[in-house]
Structures are given as C-alpha cells and as structure tokens.
Design a protein around this ligand. Structure first.
Ligand code: HSE
Length: 422
C-alpha cells in the first residue's frame, strides 16, 4: 500500500482525501497499488474539516514518518512550503504540489534537489486541465511557437460579467471571492501575478527558460472601465487577461496583461470562471485545452493524477521535461521594451481646439501609426474621452509616447493602455 500525507487540508486537500476514498478501487487498479491518505497537517487544528483522516498541526508528523511515501503540499505561500518540500525530498519522499507561487520561484532548485525523486505539479497550472502533461508528454515533439492562456478564473469571471452584464469592476470582485475562486490575497488574481506564476511554469517546460516573476511584464485588470468595454463591444473584441509566451527567433516573450482580442479567436470564447490554454506547436498546429482552473474537486483531480503516475511509473520524466539542457538555440528572455503589439489608448482630455492634433502629432513623432480614433462626449461638457487604436509598434515607443501625451496640459488623467492581441 502507498501511504500519502497531506500538508494543508483546505478545500483542495479535503477533496483529495475524499476522492481517493470514493474512487479507491478504480484508482488502485489504475495505479497498480492501493493508495491511502494516512495523515493530514493543518495550521488550525480546531477548525472543522470534512475528512475522516487523522489531523495534526505539526508538519514533522508527516515529514519524519518513514511509512509515508508521498507528501502532498497544498498549503500555499513560498518560503514555508519550500522548506517543507526540501525536507520531504531529503527524507526520500515523493512530492505532489499545487503551489504555483513556490514553483514560479523555486522550480529549478527543486528539480536539482529532487534528482530522481518524483515531483508532480499538474495542479499548479489551470487546475483540472492536464496542461503540464500535454506539454511535457503529448507535445514533446514540437517546437512551441506560442502559448496563450486564460489561466485565472477570477479575472475571467469578472471580465465576462463586465462584458456580458455591464457590471462594474468594483462590484464584481467580492462576488468572485465569495464563489471561492480567488486567492487568499485577491491582488494576486486581479494584478496578474497568479497567471504569471502559471506562465513561468509552462515556459520552463516549453522552452527550458528560467525566469522569475520580476523578470517579466505583468499587468492586471484593475484599470479596465466601462469605456473600454464599450469600445471592445463596438469593434468586436473581448477583453481577457492573457498569459502569453511566444518564441520569436531566439527570444522568448513572456507577458501577462489584459488584451483586446477579436471575438473570432478560439481563446476569446472562453468565458466565466473557466480556463483555456492555446498551445501552438510547429508540427501539431494549434491545440486548445479548456476546463475548470480552480475549485476543490477539479484541482484534486490533477493532484491525484500525479499521485497515480508516481505510484505507477515513479519519475517517468524529468520534473521540467528536459533530460539535458537544450543549448543549440541559446534562447533568452525578450526585454520588455522590445515586445511588439498593437495598442488601445483611453485618454481623458479637454474638449478644446488642437488637443486631438497635438496627441496625433506625438504619436506620429514616435513613429506610431493610428488605426482608429474615436471621441466620446463626457458627462462634463468641457472634457472628452478619446479612444485610439494603433498599428503594431514596439513597447518602448508607445511607453515614450504615453509619457509625453500625459505631460500635455490638456490631458487630465493617466492614460489607460490595453494591448491588442491579433
Ligand atoms: N485564484 C485562482 C483563479 C485559483 O482564480 O484561477 C487557481 O489557481
């Protein structure tokens, strides 16, 4: 019998224990051995939990128990779980974790420490969608041209409600939290960090690239307003928080930010709390993975798949998918300023002669070509909202142009910029 200890028996942990019990015979047949959760560790022992396993509040009750084969880490955070996972590995225990923040910072250290001890982390990206396995195994013949993922259910739920029901940003965050999809600190969701952690994990498997959250462009959905939603509707776009990895020659572009994306693109159709990841490979073309990215049972489905795989095959492939470094291309991270995109700008300006001309002149000076320009009347009749879409240009030029436009006397607020994903 394989013995499992769970550290962090919250929503996902309870589901893991209960599903392993409910589907015991089937899972045992698939794994070839009976799998049993023998202990759980929690921070608050007095809190009632819906599980029948013995609970303790001391991690060493699992880490120092020689009979336990697999440690499931579901506690969240970075430093504390890093210490715990290191100790589990040094005690020879396999590890399964859903902790994307831990992996965003320490995946390469953990791979090194683990050597041949298995570490499973399917649940860390897009919850129940088996995207890690798809990239590591199913698409391993391919050069990955691009990954575009909607990998934060909270943001996708909020943006969908804003687009479809006209709900305002401020009124929808609480609802998303109440539904139980948001992180303990929801700024991780709306600020784009949760999606960035997931993107970094996928980029390691796709490209073997070791980047940290602070190395990449991360923007959240906090500034999306009603005018942006109206523009998107009028011009047949959806607004999504997209995590993007692209291979451009020997440079890898990694970024997370809201985008305006044409409604006819497959990824634009992923609505509500659901996640979707499009992966383009040079042999296979575009593949799309869709499903629940959060929630107890859906995430537990991925955690248990890792447990079964460990029992069945041990470390069937290296943690991040590369048996030896892939050096022939010397891939590097593309500097943020070199990223190319089309841009949408929203500007609150004085409604006065020459204002539009001065803005157009600044854009022209930075070699930015305008695709669409719209003026909307404002509630205050001395002000106007200008909405502008540009043709493709490098990030550094649009940033410089925005700075210069913002310094005009006639521009009354910070400009909202959204990238257009074509
Ligand atoms: N807070 C995350 C989300 C949960 O909203 O998708 C899964 O990582």
């Amino acid at each position: 019998m394989i013995k499992v200890g769970i550290i962090g028996v919250g929503t996902v942990g309870q589901s893991v224990a209960n599903i392993l019990e409910k589907n015991k015979a089937l899972i045992g047949a698939r794994a070839g051995k009976e799998i049993s959760v023998v202990k759980g560790v929690v921070s608050n022992i007095n809190k009632k939990r819906d599980v029948s396993i013995p609970l303790s509040d001391n991690v060493d009750d699992i880490l120092d128990d020689d009979s336990i084969d697999i440690v499931v880490e579901l506690m969240g955070g970075v430093d504390e779980p890093y210490k715990i996972v290191q100790k589990a590995l040094s005690n020879g225990k396999a590890v399964v974790t859903a902790n994307k923040a831990l992996l965003a910072y320490h995946r390469y250290d953990l791979q090194k420490i683990a050597q041949d001890i298995p570490i499973g982390y399917e649940a860390s990206v897009a919850g129940g969608i088996p995207i890690i396995n798809a990239l590591k195994v199913g698409l391993s013949a391919n050069q990955i041209t691009a990954i575009k993922g909607i990998m934060n259910g909270t943001c996708n739920y909020m943006l969908t409600k804003m687009m479809q029901e006209g709900v305002r940003y401020e009124d929808i965050l609480q609802e998303a939290q109440d539904l139980g999809y948001a992180e303990a600190d929801p700024t991780f969701d709306v600020g784009g960090f949760d999606a960035a952690h997931k993107l970094l994990i996928l980029a390691s498997i796709a490209y073997g690239i070791d980047a940290k959250p602070e190395d990449i462009l991360i923007e959240g959905i906090e500034n999306i307003g009603q005018d942006d939603i109206a523009f998107a509707k009028e011009f047949n776009y959806s607004i999504k928080l997209l995590a993007i990895a692209k291979k451009i020659n020997t440079k890898i572009e990694l970024r997370v930010h809201p985008v305006l994306i044409r409604n006819d693109q497959m990824i634009a159709k992923i609505d509500g709390v659901m996640n979707g990841v499009s992966v383009i490979g040079d042999c296979v073309g575009e593949t799309l993975y869709y499903g629940p990215g959060a929630g107890g049972d859906a995430t537990a489905s991925a955690v248990i798949a890792d447990i079964i795989e460990i029992v069945r095959a041990g470390q069937s492939s290296p943690m991040l998918g590369f048996k030896r470094p892939f050096q022939s291309e010397n891939l590097i991270l593309m500097p943020k300023e070199e990223i190319e995109s089309e841009y949408y700008l929203r500007m609150l300006v004085d409604d006065a002669p020459g204002v539009l001309a001065s803005i157009a002149q600044i854009l022209g000076k930075h070699n930015i070509s305008i695709e669409t320009f719209l003026q909307r009347p404002s509630d205050n009749n001395k002000k106007a909202t200008l909405l502008c879409a540009t043709h493709e240009c490098q990030e550094k030029y649009i940033i410089a142009a925005i700075k210069e436009i913002e310094s005009l006397q006639s521009v009354n607020a910070k400009i909202v910029m959204i990238r257009i994903e074509s």
